[in-house]
Design a protein around this ligand. Structure first.
Ligand code: NAD
Length: 340
């Protein structure tokens, strides 16, 4: 029976990569029914608010959502709707796999997963200016909030993920040497939870900056990585770079009740309207969604078709040094699907 999924096409390149993804999923016979909703700039234009109640209600009802990228105006205007969605729905675990889909890059056979805490850290949005004399913006201050509860549940999620997916090791990356309270608490909780999994999953902790370097020098030493919000934001982009860039990286935002899948990349305003964005990340995000729903067979066939299409190198988009359009790539993936 088809499952109803809230679909937010998003801003910029969002609608075109969403259309491409739907084309592939329809061709693969995914048992999904879409409930299309607005968010971001598209929602501001239509109903004057970036996150309509109806959109939130739809996600809460269906408990599952596929989302395109949403534009966040820099410095001014509304706060990030992505952050708001994660907080509002308590999607505390951001799961970002980095898997080689196209051979011939900097590395072969990368298979890493970064688990990022999604609701705390520096992204809680508690920040303000500090005025001095006539300068109202003489300084600015942001709060990094780490709670014992938040640290425990994300580290536990990482270990449970490792067990469920047959992974060998969890690396907790932190900056407890400098940020002794916030990062110290994160590490303390990490060590405590890790002890419960001793003998079942290997564990190590590493300083975040060294982790960033070692990811480039020898990514194969890592497996599952877990860290707080901003560190995870930055390192997951670095990991996307190991497998061909942002156009290839999907992510899931998981809570107790709701799961929301999306490409890691943003709305790419520089590509808007050109029809040449790479839809792979969005298609792979849809595969993660299918797996979450237990539709493993369809997900496997879609992944296989994406891999074959990339390997054939005939319809690559410009970010992968080809000249194909978004639609041509999606058509090639649909064509490459094995029958079920
Ligand atoms: P971006 O990810 O949109 O783009 C960074 C670079 O990667 C650009 O050169 C872009 O052309 C390229 N790129 C991104 N996706 C691509 C794809 N599918 N195919 C080919 N090339 C691709 O990051 P940005 O420019 O910093 O941000 C643009 C907007 O997106 C901002 O408003 C930002 O806040 C928002 N954003 C949203 C999300 C999200 O919705 N989850 C994530 C990141 C950024």
């Amino acid at each position: 029976m088809a499952v109803t999924v809230t679909l937010i096409p998003g801003d910029g390149i969002g609608p075109s990569i969403t259309a491409a993804t739907r084309h592939v999923l329809d061709a693969a016979g995914a048992q999904l029914e879409w409930e299309e909703q607005l968010a971001g700039m598209a929602a501001v234009a239509a109903v004057q608010t970036p996150l309509p109640d109806e959109t939130l209600a739809s996600i809460r009802r269906n408990r599952i959502c596929l989302k395109g990228p949403l534009t966040t105006p820099v410095g001014v205007g509304f706060r990030s709707i992505n952050v708001a969605l994660r907080k509002e729905l308590d999607l505390y675990a951001n799961v970002r796999p980095a898997v080689t889909m196209l051979a011939g890059g900097r590395y072969e056979d990368i298979d890493l997963v970064l688990i990022r805490e999604n609701t705390e850290g520096l992204y809680v949005g508690v920040e303000h200016y500090i005025g001095m004399g006539s300068d109202a913006k003489a300084a600015a201050e942001s709060v990094m909030l780490i709670t014992r509860f938040g640290a425990e549940r994300i580290v536990r999620y990482a270990f449970e993920y490792a067990l469920a997916h047959g992974r060998r090791k969890v690396t907790l990356a932190h900056k407890a040497n400098i940020l002794k309270y916030t990062q110290g608490l994160f590490l303390e909780e990490g060590n405590r939870i890790a002890a419960e999994y001793r003998g079942r999953v290997e564990y190590e902790d590493r300083i975040i900056d060294a982790t960033a370097m070692h990811l480039v020098l020898n990514p194969y030493q890592f497996d599952v990585l877990v860290m707080e919000n901003m560190f995870g934001d930055i390192l997951s982009d670095e990991m996307a770079g190991l497998v061909g860039g942002l156009g290839m990286a999907p992510g899931g935002n998981i809570g107790k009740d709701v799961a929301m899948y999306e490409p890691v990349h943003g709305s790419a305003p520089d590509l808007e309207g050109k029809g040449i964005a790479n839809p792979t990340a969005m298609i792979l995000a849809a595969c993660m969604l299918l797996e979450h729903l237990g539709q493993h067979e369809v997900a496997g066939r879609v992944r296989g078709a994406v891999k074959r299409t990339l390997a054939a190198r005939k319809t690559l988009t410009p970010d992968l040094h080809g000249s194909a359009t978004t639609d041509a790539f999606a058509a090639a993936v649909a064509e490459a699907l094995e029958p079920h």
